[in-house]
Design a protein around this ligand. Structure first.
Ligand SMILES: [Zn+2]
Length: 447
């Protein structure tokens, strides 16, 4: 593994930079320590450098997934074919309430292993209410770049006892986690205050989260909004206004706020969100599986909103695969607009990489391959039969490639996947623990 000052060369690939000019180069990426120091063909490669072969491959910025739930990876296959509110109340909340530290750690490791192997290098993660140190411990060990935060919920109908907390407890625990983990691992980990959604949070909790997040540089606010029509109706009945307005009225607005979904957004709301700078995450597969609808990401982008992509959780997808979301986003936008050119391959790839980094406010050091940026990248085979015989590298990445084509992955200059094998975790141990803890948590939840 390269340490500080040691060189690594990603050799002989098609380098899809996703920089401002959207350059695609043929050649190498030279990494020193955690930083990209040269792009393009190297005339004299430094002696003693570690070489990763990228011939026949695309070298792209690692995927940035701006909405995932590592705590739910263990629930894959335990909550299928239900609409959103029933899905939450009948399955997800009881299962989350049944988590202990051990099951949560196994869940986070399963999700992280899946995502790293598929070329994801950065995530914004929403946890469950308790034991969130276990998720951060798994994040620290995995090598993933991440923002994460415990779910905050101090009210709500149908919330099990195991997930209830007072406003004071919720804020105090979030503050403790922020103090312990924000900026950890040399800045690779960050904190995101995560009020779950408007119906599970009091006004005091939302205000508290907003004030706390805005008082520490780089800390984010993360919630769900405008996901399903039924949920929106319930919000309107309970509060007399829409969730977007209610969240903004409690300080969840502006560039540090990242909201997931936006399926139900109206044009005027999009304009308001764009003006405020509020960030959004499009989760196309989860929106389809929970029958929430198809978010109009083209309209959001045209309104000036910054939108990233995310897989959401394993039980509502059931993959955490960035290639699936990338393809799904591009295809659904075309159907939604009745226009095959509505969201072009390059724009979809931007949402999955550099725009995701912008959503999180870290585009100064990740999201594209540029000299001076951190080496967060994925090497993706283009020679699988499903991606042959050639053509535009970006179109192949978006429409043809799959997670199994990922060969090498670097995060912060560290090789986390080499030749399709995880380097930071033992895949067999991840699988064994996930099976054991998945069964235990299901039994504790009495499902
Ligand atoms: Zn979610």
């Amino acid at each position: 593994m390269p340490g500080a000052g040691m060189d690594l060369i990603v050799r002989g690939g098609t380098v899809v930079t996703m920089d401002g000019a959207r350059r695609v180069l043929t050649g190498d990426v030279l990494v020193r320590g955690n930083t990209i120091v040269q792009l393009g063909r190297l005339k004299t490669p430094p002696r003693g450098a570690l070489v990763l072969d990228a011939r026949g491959c695309a070298v792209m910025p690692g995927f940035v997934q701006t909405h995932v739930h590592l705590c739910q990876a263990l629930f894959r296959g335990m909550a299928d074919d239900l609409p959103l509110l029933e899905w939450l109340k009948q399955r997800i909340w009881p299962l989350e309430a049944a988590h202990d530290e051990r099951s949560l750690y196994a869940s986070a490791r399963l999700g992280l292993a899946e995502m790293l192997l598929a070329g994801t290098t950065t995530v914004l993660d929403m946890g469950t209410v308790h034991h969130h140190d276990a998720v951060f411990t798994a994040l620290a060990e995995s090598g993933m770049r991440a923002f994460s935060g415990k779910a905050m919920m101090d009210t709500g109908v149908g919330v099990p006892k195991g997930l209830r907390e007072t406003t004071k407890q919720s804020l105090a625990e979030s503050d403790r986690l922020r103090a312990r983990w924000h900026g950890a691992e040399d800045g690779r980990l960050g904190y995101a205050y995560a009020p779950r959604f408007i119906l599970s949070c009091t006004e005091q909790l939302l205000w508290g989260a907003s004030e706390a997040a805005h008082s520490t540089p780089g800390v984010l606010l993360h919630s769900h909004a405008a996901e399903h029509a039924d949920e929106r109706r319930a919000v309107k009945e309970a509060l007399g206004k829409d969730d977007i307005t209610a969240l903004a009225d409690c300080g969840l607005t502006g560039e540090r706020t990242v909201l997931a979904h936006g399926v139900q957004l109206r044009a005027a709301e999009m304009r308001g969100l764009a003006k405020a700078g509020t960030r959004f995450t499009h989760c196309p597969s989860a929106n389809l599986k929970l029958a929430s609808g198809i978010a109009d990401v083209v309209a959001m982008r045209e309104a000036g909103m910054l939108v990233g992509l995310g897989a959401d959780g394993a039980p509502c997808n059931n993959r955490m695969d960035p290639f699936t979301e990338l393809r799904q986003a591009a295809l659904l936008a075309k159907v939604k607009r009745g226009d095959a050119g509505a969201l072009k391959a390059e724009d979809a790839l931007a949402m999955a990489t550099i725009d995701g980094a912008r959503v999180l406010g870290i585009d100064g050091h990740t999201g594209s391959l540029e000299v001076g940026k951190r080496a967060d990248l994925a090497v993706v085979r283009l020679d699988a039969l499903h991606a042959e015989p050639g053509g535009d590298a970006v179109a192949r990445l978006v429409y043809a490639c799959t997670a199994s084509d990922v060969r090498h992955v670097l995060v912060d200059g560290r090789v986390v996947v080499a030749d399709g094998e995880l380097r930071t975790m033992d895949s067999d141990a991840v699988r064994t623990a996930a099976r054991r803890e998945g069964e235990r948590v299901r039994k504790r939840a009495k499902l």
